[in-house]
Design a protein around this ligand. Structure first.
Ligand code: NAD
Ligand code: NAI
Ligand code: ISE
Length: 343
């Protein structure tokens, strides 16, 4: 059986997901595409030789007869509308992060999905499928370092485009950490404080870059996070968990050690597409396989909502300078099934 997928948004990640569904993965065919930039949608369809209709807009694509499942890879602010329309059409939908740009928007999605009565939404939090994060989680869960006490992390991008707004360092970038740490520690957040160090002169003046994010979890773990989206030197994702009897760190991506010109060096990656290439492949193959079985296996709309509640609190903390409480609503029974937390 083949899952017939319609893709909304053929930019950087939409194009890359089309590439993997067409050239790397099994079980899916891209049968429809759309983008507000219609010429680009047509160009991507041509590039991958797709037998696909190019639709004028996302809503028509979602309603199209030939589309079994929807992939939303357009700009974050458009996600809510397309995910709600997919639920209304009863179609499974893979939505790139963030699920919506506010917690209110995510809540509307969670309510619509619960009212529909079946889980249809998976959010693109691919780090849960990354081998490094998986080994980190297995090690913590084994108890070998005792209870986790402190988590140090950093999310560093070489640079960001001009359209990148001040809020995006939280809702578009650190949102990955907000999701993956809940999963890694099997915990939820209770408070956050955001501190602004000296601004890098190499960052846009409208940005607060870098930022330090201090969080506390319900189990009392303290998280010390750095967001630095114009770090210039590489794409660098760090995570280290300090436990009662030991410390575990996220493995570095594989890289040849070189001795040359009186230097010992390892090259760093610069692009998120390369850093998590294997995780995206595993994530989407899992989504295709589960969807064909009529299941939903990965990060759920509830996970998307939880990350967004924390993100809203981070923004309030950044602007006020205060320690802001994070009040996570209790998980409804609908999201407690075995498929809501499994990835
Ligand atoms: P992009 O700007 O390259 O692509 C977005 C595309 O969406 C553009 O082509 C744009 O024209 C199109 N678009 C915007 N509004 C649309 C609409 N209403 N209908 C149809 N198309 C529309 O951005 P990107 O880097 O590909 O990011 C897209 C999404 O993927 C974002 O939500 C981003 O957060 C997410 N993303 C996730 C990861 C990850 O690591 N999981 C990495 C990159 C991007
Ligand atoms: P992008 O800007 O390259 O692509 C977005 C595309 O969406 C553009 O082509 C744009 O024209 C199109 N678009 C915007 N509004 C649209 C609409 N209403 N209908 C149809 N198309 C529309 O952005 P990028 O980097 O591909 O990011 C897209 C999404 O993917 C974002 O939500 C981003 O957060 C997420 N993303 C996730 C990553 C991950 O690691 N999981 C990595 C990069 C992006
Ligand atoms: C982008 O959308 C991603 O998701 C990348 O993983 C992240 O590093 C980057 O900051 C985001 O803009």
């Amino acid at each position: 059986m083949t899952l017939r997928v319609g893709v909304i948004g053929t930019g950087a990640i939409g194009r890359d997901h089309i590439r993997r569904m067409t050239q790397v993965l099994k079980g899916a065919a891209v049968v429809a595409v759309t983008d507000v930039n219609a010429a680009q949608a047509q160009q991507v369809a041509n590039e991958f030789n797709l037998q696909a209709a190019v639709y004028d807009n996302g809503l028509d694509l979602i309603r199209a007869q030939e589309v079994d499942a929807v992939m939303v890879t357009s700009w974050g602010a458009t996600h809510e509308e397309f995910v709600l329309a997919s639920i209304a059409a009863g179609k499974p939908v893979f939505c790139e992060k963030p699920l919506a740009v506010t917690a209110e928007g995510c809540k509307r999605i969670v309510e619509a999905e619960a009212a529909f009565g079946k889980m249809l939404v998976q959010v693109g939090y691919m780090r849960r499928y990354d081998r490094g994060y998986r080994v980190l989680k297995e090690t913590i869960d084994s108890g070998v370092i005792g209870h986790p006490l402190i988590l140090h992390c950093a999310h560093r991008n070489v640079s960001v485009p001009d359209f990148y707004t001040r809020d995006m360092s939280v809702v578009d970038t650190f949102i990955h950490e907000l999701d993956v740490h809940r999963w890694l520690l099997d915990d939820d957040y209770v408070s956050v404080q955001v501190v602004r160090p000296r601004r890098s002169s190499l960052s846009g003046e409208h940005l607060n870059d870098p930022l330090l994010v201090y969080m506390e979890t319900a189990k009392g773990v303290r998280i010390n996070g750095e967001i630095f989206v114009n770090c210039k030197y590489g794409y660098d994702i760090q995570c280290q968990v300090v436990g009662e009897t030991g410390i575990v760190s996220l493995p570095e991506p594989m890289s040849v050690t070189m001795r040359s010109e009186a230097k010992l060096s390892n090259a760093l990656l610069t692009d998120w597409k390369d850093r998590f290439i294997e995780a995206y492949d595993i994530e989407l193959q899992d989504w295709i396989d589960a969807t064909l079985r009529g299941e939903m296996n990965g990060p759920s709309a509830w996970d998307g909502y939880s990350a967004a509640v924390a993100a809203d609190a981070c923004l309030a903390a950044r602007d006020s300078g205060d320690i802001v409480r994070i009040d996570m609503p209790e998980r409804p029974s609908f999201y407690r099934s075995k498929h809501s937390e499994s990835a």
